[in-house]
Design a protein around this ligand. Structure first.
Ligand code: SAM
Length: 295
């Protein structure tokens, strides 16, 4: 079993980019009444305690959600709607906190909170410790937020399981593919999972998170995704956020979201959010964002 535990990284800058993009996309899709299948192939534990031993050891939230929160507190004017909506979801888990954010919702918890009765949520998590935590967290949250919602969890390989849910009965779907890339084969597994998924459900919205690292497989992935989209005539958006120099950093300085069949107006909303995130989270002259759209 892999050693990666998302609890070490919860609320870092990559989570901020990923979760803001995910929530904006979901909210845009929900403008239509028809139910949506929400699929999280790598769900994690769902909820993270930012004061746990894991989170305090790496302290990654300090460069992510906690930095963004204090920037927004100091600069309350001009916070983009997409960032406000993200904080609104986070506040549900932090109602008893006076100021700081102590509990951070992962992608599965965010989707659970944001889903409607007509939506369905399917979560995959393989880890022997994180899967029971996910089940426990989602069961408590489901009782609190979404008693009548359809949520299914599976301790299965998200890459191979994805296609089993496609196409969704309503022909509307949002799939988050968010591996840790600890297993180097994950780069290829992402492409294979997408190929299988697109064969069955070419109109789904696919949100893929990827790390920006100076390693060959990592640098190749965006090129392979671009080629894949071109070959299959799929529109996409590529959103990247870098918060500091990669050369001087031991950990992750930048990451990206690759969105296939992006919901209408996601690009416009990210055009407002990304420069704001650079201002809020950027630590040096290497901080940057990039947003590329292809039809
Ligand atoms: N999506 C989560 C979020 O945003 O809150 C974080 C997910 S974390 C980056 C990746 C997760 O995938 C880890 O919890 C890991 O245990 C799990 N995992 C690793 N390989 C997997 C696989 N093949 N299928 C499903 N889950 C897997």
């Amino acid at each position: 079993m892999f050693s990666y535990r998302h609890a070490f990284h919860a609320g870092n800058h990559a989570d901020v980019l990923k979760h803001i993009t995910l929530l904006i996309g979901l909210n845009l899709l929900q403008r239509k009444e028809t139910g949506i299948a929400l699929i999280d192939t790598h769900a994690g534990a769902g909820i993270y305690n930012l004061e746990s031993e894991y989170a305090t050891k790496s302290a990654e939230a300090i460069e992510g959600i906690l930095r963004l929160a204090s920037y927004c507190n100091e600069n309350p004017d001009g916070i983009p709607d997409g960032v406000k909506a993200y904080f609104k979801e986070i506040s549900h888990l932090n109602q008893h906190q006076t100021k700081s954010i102590k509990t951070y919702p992962g992608s599965s918890q965010l989707m659970l909170q944001a889903m409607r009765v007509q939506d369905q949520l399917k979560l995959m998590e393989l880890h022997t410790t994180d899967y029971p935590s996910l089940v426990e967290n989602m069961t408590v949250s489901q009782g609190e937020y979404r008693p009548k919602k359809s949520v299914q969890m599976f301790q299965k390989d998200g890459f191979t399981q994805l296609k089993a849910f496609l196409p969704p009965p309503t022909r509307r779907g949002l799939c988050l593919i968010d591996p840790s890339y600890e297993n180097k084969d994950d780069y290829q597994f992402v492409l294979t999972a997408l190929k299988d998924a697109i064969k069955r459900f070419a109109t789904g919205a696919y949100f893929v998170w990827y790390p920006i690292l100076q390693r060959r497989d990592a640098t190749e992935l965006p090129h392979q995704l671009a080629e894949f989209c071109k070959d299959h005539h799929l529109p996409y958006l590529q959103a990247e956020l870098q918060i500091k120099s990669q050369i001087l950093t031991e950990g992750l300085a930048a990451s990206g979201m690759w969105i296939i069949n992006p919901p209408w107006q996601l690009q416009e909303q990210l055009e407002i959010c990304l420069p704001f995130l650079v201002k809020a989270l950027g630590q040096d002259d290497y901080s940057r964002y990039e947003l590329t759209a292809h039809d």
